[in-house]
Design a protein around this ligand. Structure first.
Ligand code: ZN
Length: 189
């Protein structure tokens, strides 16, 4: 197990569009080990996901997982998913204002709009094509990670900067209103 260094906002690698991974590259022991390291890094940091750019390697690989996450106790469970060369598209035009943080943006969260229903096509770590649909906060997680792969951070999508908050202030002043705002998403998921 190795936990990798996570690039922080300002590091140019976070603004780099990641390159496509070939099946040959994906099959190497080296890349499989890298994927394991990404999973370890995500779990060690209590992240809901991490993209390869965030560990200083701009290739189109990301991982996501939500079990019981102390960073995001309200997020619905999401089984460990390794997604390579993902292509994401919204399934309709329903959007929702959610609140996000990022392992590459220390102690800051903010409100932004995400599509509620998305389809994501990708290769799993064995190179097998997968198609999944996701809704609500899980859909938000996939949109967040796919943004990383094109060099975009959640900060870029925060249009109302008065919603920016530290994690502690979020807990104290904003969490309840946020949970009320997204309650309909889990109720009919
Ligand atoms: Zn992030």
């Amino acid at each position: 197990m190795s936990v990798l260094d996570i690039a922080q906002v300002g590091n140019p690698v976070l603004r780099t569009a990641a390159s496509t991974v070939s099946r040959e590259q994906l099959a190497t022991d080296e890349l499989q080990q890298f994927i394991d390291d990404m999973i370890d890094t995500m779990r060690a940091a209590n992240g809901a996901g991490i993209a390869a750019n965030q560990v200083h390697r701009p290739i189109r690989v990301a991982v996501a997982e939500v079990t019981s996450n102390p960073r995001y106790p309200y997020k619905p469970p999401l089984p460990l998913t390794v997604f390579v060369n993902p292509v994401l598209r919204p399934l309709d035009d329903e959007i929702v204002r959610i609140n996000e943080g990022c392992l590459s943006v220390p102690d800051l969260r903010g409100d932004l709009y995400r599509f509620v229903n998305v389809e994501i096509r990708f290769w799993d770590r064995d190179g097998v094509e997968q198609v999944q649909t996701h809704r609500g906060l899980s859909a938000g997680t996939f949109q967040h990670e796919c943004d990383h792969l094109v060099g975009r951070l959640f900060l870029d999508r925060v249009t109302d900067t008065t919603t920016l908050t530290t994690w502690d202030e979020f807990e104290q002043h904003h969490r309840e209103a946020f949970l009320r705002r997204i309650a309909h998403l889990s109720a009919d998921a």
